[in-house]
Each structure stands twice: as structure tokens, then as C-alpha cells.
Design a protein around this ligand. Structure first.
Ligand code: PMP
Length: 423
């Protein structure tokens, strides 16, 4: 197969690095090899780069673009809103409209406070939990990701409890206690010194792990017993695992829910939703919830349009996406078994994770078996075949992916897996 031409993307990167650190605005994007391709155009789930290479997109904005890059409903809503002026940092009707809609869709969203990113929403949730309990300690699970702020940006891998980057303040995470995700027994060591337990209810960031039976229930029982605020970080799982997110899918209800990504229909958003009694200090104005861009009209209009669309089509849309993801996993696992290449795929809902170096994982601790470099070689080989995934092997499906896209993707996966064969 002739290697695609990335001349213009390479030239852009060289020039961009002059004044733009690492040539990108978020470090992982700059780690794509052989070069971070520069995307010029996006229609539905189809991308075109600066060199004219075409891709089927499975990054979907790192998750938010469940409806693709150009959903009619979002484009129309944003245009309407633009015509009324930006109205940044004003009180406007879009705020209560989206909060009301969320109360209908997410089981525990009696009240919702908006911010601009998932990271900020996590910070607000921690503040609410600490205010509600008068306690400081936070329980976090290894390899779960909750944004890039110093306090929770630790233990990014199951075998490394340290900070995720240089430059972090270790004092910021002094009140954070680490647990192993999926281990119900460890929940017995929670006690009434904890303000909150925060977790990804389905662990997409570590590699698309569904919660083992009984785990979420054990977390719920222990937190309730000790008066600890249970926070589900549904930044990815919200509106991706279903209209009511992971809490609806698994039938375990948190006290607070952190939302982002799909909620904004592709525009920046974050939100904390929760029961009225826990949101009380925010609602009364005692707990400060600040931010110039919070609840900005364009994001809220986009979010309202996207969530309304999802609500109307939920019954057909989610089963279809989940089935497509399951098919993709089955294809990878069948090809791996047939060829003897140590690789596998696992999915939660419409999020799929590719792994090389292992034939299957049972828990997050098994991530130590994964060959990260070889997984990167697999995603490189996919990129060269026009399949655009997160470099770490995560793939998000969206409603515009059609049968032809999936057939092309299966073929590319078969070929890319073959490139991993050792001669
Ligand atoms: N929580 C989870 C589970 C996430 O996956 C992310 C982002 N990938 C965040 C929080 C942070 O969201 P944002 O990037 O919008 O700050």
C-alpha cells in the first residue's frame, strides 16, 4: 500500500510549533504519528486533511460528536442563536430550558449547574460535596480520568499512583485516596471521613470497561452508609450509553452527576446535576459557582438541540450504535483469533477500545499487559488506511456511521492487524 502524502500537515506542524506550544491546543493531539494530520473539513463522520486525505472519523471530537460534525438540528439552533447576538454572560432562557430537559432525561438531574468544560464540572462537584458534608477527603479510582486539574490528575495508570504530568502540586491531591476500580471489597474501607467518591461508572478512559456485577451497588451502599456524596463522572457516558447515561443503564443512582461532551452537541460545555438537597448550597447562592462563559447561549442551544434529537430517537439510535460497536469488536476478536495476533477489542455502548499485546482483559489491573507502542502502531496503520481513531486505540461511534463506513473500517482493521505480524 503506498504511504499517504502528509507533506502539508508536516509543513504546518513545523511552522505551527514556532508560536504554538507542541503545535496543538491539547497535548494528546500532538502525539499522533506519523504526524498530527491537519483537518480542513468535516462532514458527518468524514474528514479531509490538508493534503486531501480522507478519513472516517472515530474520534468524534474525543467523544462529543455523537451526531457527527454537521447535525442539521445543531447547526440550525446555533445559527438561530447567533442571529440574536452572542449574549455571553447574560441571563437567558436557554439555561432553564436545558436544565428542564435534563430533568426529564437524566434520572438524578433535579437541578443542573452549567460550566464550560468537564474538568470545571468535576471541580464544582467536589466543592458541592465538600460543602454538603463538611469533609475534605475524596476517593478516586486508579486509571479513571476526571480532567487535568492537579487534585485528581494522578494515578493515570493502574501501576503508577503519581502525578500525570510534571508541574503538578502534590499538595493538591493530599486529600485524595486511591482505590482499584471494579473491586467491591475495597469499598468496605470507606468511612465517614470522606466527602465524596468519584468514578467513571463505566470506565471508558482506562479502556472501555463495563462495571463488574455488584461493583456500583457496593459503592452506592458504602457511600450511603457513611453519608458520602457519590459522584458519577458521566462526561463520556452521559448521552452515550443512553439518554439517562450509565446511571440509567446500570440502575445505580449517584448523588451528583458530572456531564460534558455530548451534552454540548459539539460546543464547549460542562454541568453538574444532582438531587435538590445536595444542590441546595448552589441553589441558595451560598456556594460560589462562577465563570464568564458558563451557560453560554451557543453551547446551550447546541446542547438543547442535540439532547432533544437524542430523546426523540433514543429507542432506535442507541441499540443501533451499540450493535455496530459490538460487531466491530467481534470482527477484531475473530481476526485476532484467526491470525494468532495478540490483539483484542472491547466496547461499552458505542465506545470501543483496541488493545494489542493481550487477547483479553478482565480488569483495569490487566492494562499492564497491553503493548502501548504496538497499539499505537495499529492506530497508525488504521490512519494510513483512512480510519481516524484516538492514538491510544479508543474509537467512538456516531449516528452518521453507515454500513459502508463500517465495512470499510472492518477491512482496514483486518489489514492493519496483519501489519503487526512479526516476520
Ligand atoms: N471526565 C471524564 C470522564 C473525561 O473523559 C473528561 C475528558 N475526556 C473529563 C472529565 C474532562 O472534560 P473536559 O476535557 O471537557 O475538561
Amino acid at each position: 500500500m503506498p504511504a499517504p502524502d502528509y507533506t502539508r500537515s508536516r509543513a504546518y506542524r513545523a511552522a505551527a510549533c514556532a508560536h504554538l506550544p507542541f503545535g496543538v491546543s491539547s497535548t494528546p493531539r500532538g502525539r499522533q504519528t506519523p504526524v498530527p494530520v491537519v483537518i480542513e473539513d468535516a462532514q458527518g463522520v468524514h474528514l479531509t486533511d490538508l493534503d486531501g486525505n480522507r478519513y472516517i472519523d472515530f474520534t468524534l471530537g474525543y467523544g462529543p460528536l455523537l451526531l457527527g460534525h454537521t447535525p442539521d438540528c445543531v447547526q440550525a439552533a446555533v445559527s438561530r442563536e447567533m442571529a440574536r447576538g452572542l449574549r455571553t454572560a447574560t441571563v437567558h432562557r436557554g439555561e432553564a430550558a436545558l436544565a428542564d430537559l435534563l430533568a426529564d432525561c437524566v434520572p438524578t438531574a433535579e437541578q443542573t449547574a452549567f460550566v464550560t468544560t468537564g474538568t470545571e464540572a468535576v471541580q464544582l462537584a467536589l466543592r458541592i460535596a465538600r460543602a454538603a458534608t463538611g469533609r475534605l477527603k475524596i476517593a478516586k479510582f486508579r486509571a479513571n480520568y476526571h480532567g487535568w486539574i492537579d487534585n485528581l490528575h494522578i494515578a493515570g495508570a493502574p501501576d503508577n499512583d503519581g502525578p500525570s504530568t510534571i508541574g503538578q502540586d502534590p499538595a493538591a491531591s493530599a486529600d485524595v485516596v486511591l482505590f482499584d476500580w471494579g473491586d467491591a471489597v475495597q469499598m468496605a474501607s470507606l468511612d465517614s471521613s470522606f466527602a465524596a467518591v468519584i468514578l467513571e461508572p463505566a470506565a471508558i478512559n482506562p479502556g472501555c470497561f463495563a462495571p463488574p456485577p455488584g461493583f456500583l451497588e457496593a459503592v452506592r451502599i458504602a457511600t450511603r452508609e457513611h453519608g458520602i456524596v457519590l459522584i458519577f463522572d458521566e462526561v463520556i457516558t452521559g448521552f452515550r450509553l443512553g439518554l439517562g447515561g450509565a446511571q440509567q443503564r446500570y440502575g445505580v443512582l449517584p448523588d451528583l452527576t458530572v456531564l460534558g461532551k455530548v451534552l454540548g452537541g459539539g460546543l464547549p460545555i460542562g454541568a453538574v446535576a444532582g438531587r435538590r438537597d445536595i444542590m441546595h448550597d448552589v441553589a441558595s447562592g451560598r456556594l460560589l459557582h462562577r465563570g464568564t462563559f458558563n451557560g453560554n447561549p451557543l453551547s446551550l442551544a447546541a446542547g438543547f438541540a442535540a439532547v432533544s434529537h437524542l430523546r426523540i430517537h433514543a429507542e432506535t439510535l442507541y441499540p443501533r450504535l451499540d450493535a455496530m460497536a459490538a460487531d466491530l469488536c467481534a470482527h477484531v476478536n475473530t481476526q485476532a483469533a484467526r491470525t494468532g495476533i495478540p490483539a483484542c477489542a472491547q466496547a461499552v455502548g458505542s465506545a470501543v477500545q483496541l488493545f494489542v499485546g493481550t487477547k483479553g482483559l478482565t480488569c483495569i489491573g490487566d492494562l499492564t499487559q497491553v503493548d502501548r507502542a504496538a497499539t499505537g502502531r495499529l492506530t497508525d496503520a488504521l490512519l494510513q488506511r483512512g480510519i481516524y481513531t484516538l492514538p491510544r486505540g479508543l474509537m467512538y461511534l456516531g449516528t452518521p456511521h453507515d454500513d459502508a463506513d463500517m465495512a470499510t473500517t472492518r477491512q482496514a482493521l483486518s489489514e492493519a492487524l496483519e501489519t503487526l505480524r512479526t516476520p
